[in-house]
Design a protein around this ligand. Sequence first.
Ligand code: NAD
Length: 500
Amino acid sequence: MKHISHWVDGKPWTGPVARHGEVFDPASGAVTGHVDFASEEDVDTAVAAANAAWRTWRTATLTRRAGVLFDFRAALLRRRRELATAITSEHGKVLNDADGEVARGLEVVEFACGIPALQKGEFSESVSTQIDVTSIRQPVGVCAVITPFNFPAMVPLWFTPIAIACGNTVVLKPSEKDPSASVLLAECWAEAGLPPGVFNVIHGDKVAVDALLQHRDVKAVSFVGSTPIARYVYENGTKAGKRVQALGGAKNHMVVLPDADLDLAADAAVSAGFGSAGERCMAVSTLVAVEPIGDELVSRIRERVATLRVGSGTDERSEMGPLITGPHRDKVASYLDSGVREGATLAVDGRVHPVIGGSPEGFWLGPSVLDHVTPQMSCYTDEIFGPVLGVVRASSFEEAIDLINANPYGNGTALFTTEGSHARRFQSEVEVGMVGINVPIPVPAAAFSFGGWKSSLFGDTHAYGPDGVRFFTRSKVVTSKWPRTAMPRAQLNLNFPGHQ
Ligand code: NAD
């Protein structure tokens, strides 16, 4: 039985712990470990370590910070397989997919290695007589990073490398459902020579989150999770005077136009709908078929879904693993019944999909398709976050765009077409933060920033990329006067200073 605990001030936690949570292997349904839950006092200890470390780390040279980032990348590459295995054992996703999330996290680390160029300020000479102006970007201090279960390595890596590269210190509060990856990340930072206290991990639940949101010495909060909690974190964090970026849930629509290559679209819908058992914030959960292609598209999707291999994430044959917990599996499956009750057609029932080699106690649900979904049904209005693809039939391209724009979420969307003018119109009119054209999961590359619109993101800055650097730094502008000759005798002048 594993025991997972906090990581504070460069070492594993040895203090007393009053509360624990259970960690499961979703493929067997068995409890495989316990994770410590932090109290308010434990959070205070971690923040104190981070605050003390910040006083020195903020002065570390850009060369030193970049050096640590390069060594962190090397440590992650060395331990990549171990990290992927830990993710699969607690999250359930198949090993290749777990490795893929580590790879996308590594891209952000590589971006942060360029910190000497990223944190550059600006300088204007002679804005006025003998007066120059410089803008500099300085770290903000202790940053809290609160993350969801579905990407236990990648989402922490969206924020922490950039926060640390910018000269901040971090307290990470990962999901209590799959906590091991965060401890492996802490070990990698230590191997990279990061000073103690710069990166800390606190496990737990609402108690730990609330303590971080209220702590005087936490200056910034990056959150990723469901929309109700993202809203809560944004409202309470900003009320406590912190800068907050809170990324929430999603309902991602993939529109297929009659001119699209239907095989390409069917492949994309199945891959993006059922990869990681649909537990991705960028998963395609709604397929919008612009008629008359609906029947043909659903038929091609059914053919493909029938061949998907569902099984344990550690079994090389598996393409899709189990869901994160039993209650979550049951909730996802309940939308198949409610969808039918509300008038949808169950085109594929994942409850009867075969499972290769998995234990019957595992949290299984095969890929499912609900056809003829309408915007009033709960399977459309709710974020299901599982392997259920809803198909909405639209009579025109305009109707498809209006449907997406009326949806409260705005994380990702995709259009499948062979017409450039349709693509151009879609990317211009659609009210969503990340748009794919013949790309079903348009997660931006690390040099851009990741973020949705509407209820998918609260705050002004997106994650990683240039927005990440903006979020983790404060700008300061220095106006200076260094006359070549001796300073002229000061003269009283009560007018507002102008430039000459
Ligand atoms: P969640 O909101 O339940 O949990 C996220 C974090 O908040 C966890 O660390 C959890 O411990 C904490 N938390 C949970 N309940 C809390 C409460 N009442 N008060 C304070 N903190 C609380 O999300 P999840 O189930 O772990 O992850 C799935 C969700 O995350 C989905 O909605 C998915 O769309 C979303 N997500 C969004 C993005 C994005 O980029 N927009 C990325 C990944 C996941």
